[in-house]
Design a protein around this ligand. Structure first.
Ligand code: FAD
Length: 523
């Protein structure tokens, strides 16, 4: 209670400092600032206290809707300089799983809502000649895309889902089937404006403040709040040939995926633009919502494909093309690449669609799940980077072992080239040239089936992590979640000293992104 009062006192000081005034027309109390709004509105507090994972809940003391980098500077400066301090977490679209964009339980915290309807922040600005776009850190990728398409341009590297904020994905890595070729999103940023934990607004790039630049990329919000990012663009393709083929043999599947990503240095006509994959253990909407190939009308009959066992692997590839391209030559390019692969011949499924529809595909699936009440449920997701040398052991132990015949959600699996990742960023990946993303994107349902309960799925996640540890499979969590500093030190391994040093330099009072539970606030 005492600390809560102190924060309110601090906020009152902020009112004085930035010249904020109380808006008497709104109820409950809303404090209106020169640029943005600092509020204790119940609706704001509640919506900033949960996330997509729906497994943790921490109420902040107040929420800031910033209108400019300056609002962020003023709040953080106050948190940093005040004797008793308070924590500050940026919230992008709140699509974390384990409370990463929340403040710490039991403490005083302000959440900065970087995105949302009350935003009044700068709009994207495209430089057609230099092929980049400058965007506010809370911009959603779908809106970045819409703004660049007006110029026939588009970012190069994506996530599968576009309703995520630029700051949120850059704080992790931002990966999808283009990462083998272009690297993750953090490798496609030229420059950023960042407000550090000391309240300094700095522009950073490879050449200017490079330590901050590398720290913030993949930095889990620990070193500063991204208020502007300059994203690299390319000429946007207009259409996509989207192909799915199935495998029953895991090593044939991974062999082909690795072959396809080895073509990253080839001319565009001789490689695919996107390489992903998934594990198909059983049927149904909840398992296959990420893929538009599967629908109740078009179920995958595993038995009919001669899989022998219960597990099939789906390779998903695309070929982008432009308005002026000759469809016949696209057919030939696809044909030439498919010829080299060893999938089940009867399993080819092809569609052709606008580039935007392909990029925005998961939103379509989201709408379907929402209409059935299956979106707003707990999501005990587990994302792992698995070294190439052990992916076969992972298959035997997890897909064919621990998971049995029930997945409770899509499982993505695709390889990436480590040389497309910048070692200087704060993200950690396995120590091999190729590593796989394995994403267990499961939904917990309360429909009486024991295997679908949150408790069961969380226990299965623990079993998977234990299996990896006992089998010495050196996985790294992507979108990591740990609760003790010891676990974080293990996660970062040799990088821990650098992470610690960066924290001391850019956020010495450990104010920022405490929901990640890496550093305890020092007040
Ligand atoms: P939030 O959850 O709001 O924040 C995440 C972290 O970043 C927090 O620590 C927060 O404090 C920090 N943060 C947020 N904004 C800023 C900022 N401006 N500056 C500094 N720190 C900030 N990821 C992929 O890589 N590829 C995918 O294909 C993919 N698909 C997804 C699909 C769905 C349906 C969901 C729910 C998630 C998916 N993710 C994917 C994961 C997603 O990239 C991360 O959870 C990401 O953090 C979400 O962005 P957000 O804007 O919701 O961030």
């Amino acid at each position: 209670m005492a600390t809560k009062l102190l924060l309110l006192f601090a906020i009152c000081r902020l009112i004085v400092i930035v010249g904020l005034t109380l808006d008497p027309t709104t109820d409950p109390i809303v404090i209106v600032g020169i640029d943005g709004q600092l509020t204790v509105d119940r609706h704001d507090i509640v919506s900033a206290s949960t996330d997509f994972g729906k497994m943790t809940r921490t109420e902040p003391t107040a929420v800031l809707h910033p209108a400019s980098s300056n609002d962020v500077v003023k709040l953080i400066r106050l948190a940093h300089e005040s004797a008793h301090g308070f924590t500050v977490s940026a919230r992008g679209h709140g699509h974390s799983i384990n409370g990463q964009s929340q403040t710490t339980a039991g403490g005083n915290g302000v959440v900065i809502k970087m995105t949302g309807s009350r935003r009044n922040t700068p709009v994207p600005e495209v430089d057609e000649k230099l092929m980049y776009v400058d965007v506010w850190g809370g911009e959603l990728w779908i809106d970045v895309l819409k703004s660049t398409l007006k110029y026939g341009l588009a970012p190069k590297s994506w996530t599968d889902y576009l309703y995520l904020s630029v700051g949120g994905t850059l704080s992790n890595a931002g990966i999808s089937g283009q990462a083998f070729n272009h690297g993750p999103q953090i490798n496609n940023v030229h420059e950023m404006d960042v407000v550090t934990g000391k309240g300094e607004l700095l522009t950073c790039s490879m050449d200017k403040n490079p330590e901050l630049f590398h720290a913030v990329l993949g930095g889990l919000g620990q070193f500063g709040i991204i208020t502007r990012a300059r994203i690299a663009l390319e000429h946007s393709p207009q259409r996509v040939r989207w192909i799915r083929v199935l495998y029953s043999n895991f090593s044939a599947f991974t062999h082909d995926q690795e072959y396809l990503i080895s073509l990253h240095n080839q001319p565009q006509s001789q490689k695919f633009d996107y390489v992903e994959g998934s594990v198909i253990v059983d049927e149904g909407l909840i398992n296959n919502w990420r893929s538009s190939f599967f629908s109740p009308k078009n179920p995958v009959k595993i038995s009919s494909l001669g899989a022998g066992g219960n597990v099939l692997y789906c390779l998903e590839i695309t070929k982008n093309y432009y308005a002026g391209s000759n469809p016949k030559s696209i057919d030939q390019e696809v044909e030439a690449l498919l010829k080299k692969l060893k999938y089940i011949p009867a399993s080819v499924f092809t569609s052709d669609l606008p580039y935007v529809d392909f990029l925005d595909r998961v939103h379509k699936a989201e709408k379907k799940l929402r209409s059935k009440g299956l979106w707003e449920v707990p999501h005990p997701w587990l994302n792992l980077f698995v070294p190439k040398s052990r992916i076969g052991d992972f298959d035997k132990g997890v897909f064919k072992g621990i998971l049995g015949n029930k997945t409770s959600g899509p499982i993505l699996i695709y390889p990436m080239n480590k040389n497309k990742w910048d070692e200087k960023s704060s993200v950690v990946t396995p120590d091999e040239d190729i590593f796989y993303l394995v994403a267990l994107l499961r939904s917990a349902l309360d429909n009486g089936e024991e295997t679908l309960t949150l408790k069961h799925l969380l226990e299965e996640n623990r079993k998977i992590l234990r299996f990896c540890k006992e089998s010495k499979i050196k996985v790294k969590q992507y979108l990591p979640h740990y609760t003790t500093q010891k676990e974080w030190m293990e996660h970062y391994g040799e990088k821990w000293n650098q992470i610690h040093r960066r924290k001391m330099e850019f956020d010495p009072r450990h104010i920022l992104a405490t929901g990640q539970r890496i550093f305890e606030p020092s007040f």
